[in-house]
Design a protein around this ligand. Structure first.
Ligand code: GDP
Length: 291
């Protein structure tokens, strides 16, 4: 009996540890982005979370509605659910950080289609990538490199489907070699299918964003504008910014996808739609999409 007690205690502790770990996993998977739960939401909440532009449209005057590009990419809920599976980690669908590179010739040589995320520092890029990988809680997304630290491109493998690249954040103090690195990657990466250019929806398009836009235009890259932090503004301010950015895209860009992607890493609004778009762009889904 005396001998059994410590063993029993140890066993109990292990059991508690295992159930705590299981609890953590369950919590991670029961966040609003678990799609079965999303489908159970009331209609209005579901639209707001899954099709944020359509929700915004309802607050627009009828004559302004035609300005907003809403349904170029308009996947069904079934397609959105299918796209979730690509972003869900499992032993058969490994989602993991692969490597970092400071030069294109150090980048992993991968045959899979690739998408990259670029934006100025603090735009919410790390938070967005974390939100995209929320069903792969083991993936470690490095938060913004501090000024002075080497800025790197980080490569993530998403199963056998595609590679996602987190490009270093740019800003006024971006050193020349950093600009060279981003430019060379954008110009020469052969398997790059789409560039996701992040713009802060609270601030709108800044001078720094314009430099990135000009770069995408100059290299004739197909790119997409993602509007971050949409939970931060009032509906009125967000609508104003969305319409202004839409006008800019319609009038002043060639390579930009006409439909904007507003997202929030906090509420996860727009995240499912973005995942589905990526699944389409990389050739893994075939929703209604003129690519
Ligand atoms: P990065 O420098 O582009 O990687 O930006 P981060 O992801 O580190 O975000 C910069 C700051 O904005 C942090 O304080 C984040 O918590 C905040 N942030 C990022 N995304 C969101 C969002 O969707 N909503 C809100 N409210 N804050 C955000």
């Amino acid at each position: 009996m005396k001998m059994a007690a410590p063993g029993l205690r140890l066993g109990m502790r292990r059991l508690l540890e295992v159930s705590a770990a299981l609890g953590r996993v369950c919590r991670a998977y029961s966040t609003p982005q678990a799609f079965a739960e999303v489908l159970r939401l009331p209609r209005r909440q579901l639209t707001k979370l899954v099709y944020p532009l359509q929700e915004l449209e309802q607050h627009l005057a009828p004559d302004a509605r035609s300005d907003l590009c809403l349904r170029v990419f308009d996947p069904s809920l079934e397609d959105l659910a299918r796209a979730e599976s690509f972003f869900t980690a499992s032993p058969r669908n490994r989602i993991e950080y692969l490597s970092s590179a400071v030069r294109l010739d150090h980048a992993p040589d991968l045959p899979r289609p690739e998408v990259c995320f670029i934006g100025r520092s603090n735009v919410g890029k790390s938070s967005l990538i974390k939100a995209l990988f929320s069903l792969a809680p083991e993936v470690e997304v490095r938060v913004s490199q501090k000024p002075g630290h080497t800025k790197k491109m980080n490569f993530f493998k998403v199963g056998k489907y595609f590679t996602l690249v987190d490009m270093p954040g740019y800003g006024y103090r971006a050193p020349e070699d950093f600009v060279d690195m981003v430019e060379t990657y954008l110009k020469e990466r052969r398997n790059l299918k789409r560039t996701f250019l992040l713009v802060d929806s609270v601030v709108g398009i800044t001078k720094t964003d314009n430099i990135a836009i000009e770069m995408c235009e100059e290299f004739a890259l197909p790119y997409v504008m993602v509007l971050t932090k949409t939970d931060k503004s009032s509906k009125g301010h967000l609508l104003k910014q969305v319409l202004q950015i839409q006008k800019f895209v319609n009038m002043q860009t060639q390579g930009c996808f006409p439909q904007l992607f507003p997202v929030s890493a906090v509420t996860h609004s727009g995240i499912h739609l973005l995942k589905c778009f990526i699944a389409n762009i990389t050739g893994n889904l075939d929703s209604r999409l003129p690519v």
